[in-house]
Design a protein around this ligand. Structure first.
Ligand code: SF4
Length: 410
């Protein structure tokens, strides 16, 4: 089949499909425009090829698309075009594909912490209302030369690589007080500690709780020491954590050791044990796992994994592999939009079968919606413009349903 990228723009694409295409192909940013975006908008990571563009449905739903421009972006037919003061479009070769809006630059980015670092080095906005921090970007598996092949956590953001939890709490408090941060996600590279780094996430959440009340999600690796896991999760709950994601990345037992030389040694049974403990403490619609699509797995193993997790009560956040510079898989192709749409639709059907609602979580990446189109497909479907929600339950935490001019927080 001829690659759609070689053809002209397809004007029948829905907004949801457009987001998926942007994420699959990357969006070329002209040099001068990158500097302007960095200075004026929420784009502090242009240097590492990461930024968020927002699409807008005719009904004023904001659909954030977090984009990782790896090497493939240089050959992408998609590129950003400035059409007027503060007006941007993405073009497909020589024709307009969609309007996009970069998010405004929050004021807190220009505040400095006690140690003199600008706060965007501690935590950043990755979507409307969604603030995120990677507490420690120095993953132990990378230190010992055994990183997950798709990962470039050290290049995640133009940030302090090892952040001070207390300074993260200051940045979060500033974002919440400014009114831009409505929920937080905290993650870390795996650390060489008994809890694999969960300890520092809990410590950070506790320091945040001492300053502001804000729904928070923690993302971490499975922890086999159940008493330790239980105690850390309870402490997290007391610190105001509402949502958790214990990330499996790949369900295929045969593939896991190849893609993740260290993390892949953790048996899926340990994930199941961790998820069950998470469900006991955080409850329905607040426990997730991430699976990366396009790292060598087949559809069947992926969907079997989604179903196994859903049967327990865990939703799988499907994220397209966006080959990042600095990862071993930096030249691997991204999954096509057609494959992503088919998997999103089938995963959403599995969620529904088990009574799970991806639009109900209080915090984190699924609520934020930028990294994946799974929530967009659940709410609107992939085929048509989102004239109305497909999911009658999808009314819980709507950061992106807006009336009037484009709004950046819920
Ligand atoms: S994905 Fe793998 S290499 Fe990357 S931070 Fe997590 S454990 Fe480390």
């Amino acid at each position: 089949m001829l690659d759609k990228g070689l053809l002209g723009v397809d004007r029948s694409d829905s907004i949801v499909r457009m987001k998926i295409e942007l994420q699959a192909r990357g969006v070329r940013i002209p040099q001068g425009m990158a500097r302007e975006l960095e200075a004026k908008y929420n784009a502090p990571a242009m240097k590492t090829g990461r930024f968020t563009l927002c699409l807008e449905s005719p009904e004023k739903n904001v659909i954030p698309a977090f984009i990782v421009n790896g090497r493939r972006a240089a050959a992408s037919p998609l590129h950003l075009v400035k059409t007027g003061p503060e007006r941007y479009e993405v073009w497909w070769n020589d024709a307009k594909y969609t309007d996009v809006t970069p998010m405004p630059r929050p004021h807190f980015y220009d505040i400095t912490t006690r140690s003199g670092a600008p706060m965007y080095k501690l935590a950043v906005m990755v979507g409307p209302g969604h603030m995120r921090s990677v507490v420690n970007q120095r993953c132990y598996y990378q230190q010992i030369g055994q990183p997950c092949q798709f990962c470039a956590v050290h290049r995640w953001w133009d940030a302090n690589i090892e952040k001070n939890p207390s300074e993260i709490a200051d940045a979060v408090a500033a974002g919440v007080r400014e009114g831009v941060a409505k929920h937080i996600s905290l993650t870390t590279g795996t650390l060489d500690t008994p809890g694999k780094g969960l300890e520092i996430l809990v410590e950070t959440a506790t320091l945040i709780r001492d300053k502001v009340q804000v729904p928070t999600m923690l993302e971490f690796e499975a922890v086999g020491d159940v008493p330790l896991l239980t105690s850390l999760l309870r402490e997290a709950r007391e610190a105001g954590v509402t949502t958790v994601s214990c990330n499996v990345e790949c369900f295929d037992e045969g593939l896991r050791p190849k893609v993740m030389p260290m993390k892949g040694r953790i048996p899926l049974a340990t994930y199941v044990e961790t998820w069950e403990k998470c469900l006991e403490i955080f409850g329905d619609n607040e426990v997730f796992t991430v699976a990366i699509v396009g790292i060598g797995e087949g559809d069947q193993s992926l969907l079997r994994g989604v179903e196994t997790a859903a049967r327990l009560g865990v939703m799988t956040h499907l994220v397209p592999h966006s080959p990042a510079i600095g990862a071993a898989y930096e030249d691997m192709p991204s999954p096509s939009a057609d494959r992503m749409i088919s998997l999103y639709e089938r995963a959403v059907a599995i969620y529904r079968k088990y009574g799970l609602n991806p639009c109900a979580s209080q915090a984190g990446c699924v609520r934020g919606g930028g990294f994946s189109a799974i929530k967009d497909v659940a709410r609107f479907g992939a085929a048509n413009d989102p004239a109305s929600s497909k999911d009658g339950e999808a009314t819980g935490k709507e950061d992106h349903v807006i009336g009037g001019p484009l709004s950046w927080v819920n």
